[in-house]
Design a protein around this ligand. Structure first.
Ligand SMILES: Cc1cc2nc3c(=O)[nH]c(=O)nc-3n(C[C@H](O)[C@H](O)[C@H](O)COP(=O)(O)OP(=O)(O)OC[C@H]3O[C@@H](n4cnc5c(N)ncnc54)[C@H](O)[C@@H]3O)c2cc1C
Length: 386
């Protein structure tokens, strides 16, 4: 088995790294401190076509593979950046490509590919449902040729920086379906056309994520806004999940590499007791262990992406890659924090920001406990625990 990147994949990695180098740690720190959206970065990545990686060429995208798309997000985080600003349209693309109507694809994909339209917002999580998505209560009621939607979402990120929102609702109440994942539907919402029916209230968090509570009050959508068939939205969501797991793993791998490199450089330079602190095994071993973990996660990501691109089942590999990578990035973040001593806490050295950002991926877009439940049940055949 060959784990080496091809020449064209190496070129993609190098080109994205060069594009990201124009921004760098100070740019991202400034966005974080101001809680500002990295507009300039997203604009430049859109213009270069990197955010259209998974849109087929016939719709103006780059038509790249999952492995190549994953390298793009990895390099953004490896550069000191934070791909959350622009990853959503890659995460959700499979649902639209596989299940969107010809008209939806024709109308939206070329404009998303060119950067004219941003599909950066995804409304799934609700306050009372949490990780049990089938318990969502946001409801789309059929009214002639339209749907009228009411409900509430939480943690809807990038709403203010997106033109489109992919919204999961119930179209049959939870207590009236045979299978609890039935009766949910997915809608493509044009935010500008929704007027006062959508109200977003920002949530202050420890990361610069632009996340919101979203109140939906009599939002009227045409039937054309429905993705695929009514009632099958959850299965459409599932078709995006392996892609999402692989892509989020890649961002964590980028974070992990950033921490290991930053900590190594610092440990070589910082002298205490008249020698570099990196000479102490107590300092170098945590960095070395983190490097081992990040490399192992990278191989699992490689395996998951290769299987995804080959069209064979990759649910196990994608989930394990997400788990390993998010834990490895956290381990690397901890090693970097320890290596920098007091300076790890200062904003000037960037580690505290990356540490906060890396922590998120142990919880979102799916909590690692739920990943372990998947592994236990679906890969090992243990009883379902919930
Ligand atoms: C900054 C940020 C941005 C986000 N952006 C978005 C977004 O854009 N769109 C969106 O839809 N969502 C978004 N989310 C939501 C995110 O996906 C959820 O927070 C996450 O899925 C966990 O759901 P919860 O917070 O309701 O936790 P809960 O479901 O309440 O779980 C709390 C804890 O209990 C554990 N737990 C629950 N059930 C079990 C079980 N059966 N077995 C073992 N452990 C269990 C979980 O692992 C977790 O640690 C975002 C979250 C954050 C913090």
């Amino acid at each position: 088995m060959d784990f080496e990147l091809s020449d064209s994949q190496k070129e993609i990695r190098a080109a994205v790294a060069a594009a990201c180098a124009r921004f760098g740690n100070d740019y991202w720190r400034s966005c974080d401190e101001r809680n500002a959206y990295p507009d300039e970065f997203v604009k430049s990545m859109s213009e270069a076509g990197w955010l259209a990686a998974l849109i087929p060429q016939e719709y103006g995208g780059a038509g790249l593979t999952m492995l190549e798309a994953s390298l793009i997000l990895e390099e953004i985080n490896h550069s000191g950046g934070n791909a959350v600003a622009c990853h959503a349209q890659m995460y959700t693309m499979a649902a639209i490509l596989k299940h969107g109507s010809a008209e939806q694809k024709r109308h939206y994909l070329p404009r998303i590919a060119s950067g004219e339209l941003r599909l950066q917002s995804f409304g799934v999580t609700e306050p009372d449902a949490g990780s049990e998505t089938p318990r969502i209560k946001t409801f789309a009621r059929r009214d002639g040729d339209s749907y009228v939607i009411n409900g509430q979402k939480i943690f809807t990120s990038r709403y203010q920086h997106s033109d489109m929102l992919l919204l999961l609702t119930r179209t049959t109440p939870f207590d009236q379906v045979k299978k609890k994942t039935d009766g949910m539907s997915l809608f493509l919402v044009d935010i500008k056309e929704s007027g006062s029916a959508l109200k977003a209230v920002p949530i202050a968090t420890m990361v610069n994520h632009g996340t919101n509570q979203l109140f939906i009050d009599n939002l009227v959508l045409p039937r054309a806004a429905l993705v695929g068939e009514e009632g099958k939205g959850f299965s459409y969501l599932l078709s995006s999940l392996n892609a999402e797991r692989i892509l989020v793993a890649s961002e964590s791998i980028g974070d992990g590499r950033w921490f290991v490199e930053f900590a190594t450089q610092y440990a070589n330079q910082r002298r205490v007791f008249d020698r570099p602190i990196g000479m102490n095994q107590g300092v170098q071993f945590p960095i070395a262990k983190a490097h081992v973990s990040v490399r192992a996660a990278d191989l699992m990501r490689f395996n998951a992406a290769a299987r995804f691109d080959a069209g064979v089942s990759c649910g196990g590999e994608a989930n394990m890659a997400k788990y390993l990578a998010s834990e490895a990035a956290w381990e690397a973040g901890e090693a970097a924090m320890t290596t920098l001593g007091g300076y790890g806490f200062t904003k000037e050295y960037h580690v505290e920001r990356k540490w906060r950002e890396a922590r998120l991926y142990r919880t979102a877009p799916i909590a690692n406990n739920l990943v372990l439940s998947f592994v236990a049940e679906h890969l090992l055949g243990l009883p379902r625990s919930y």
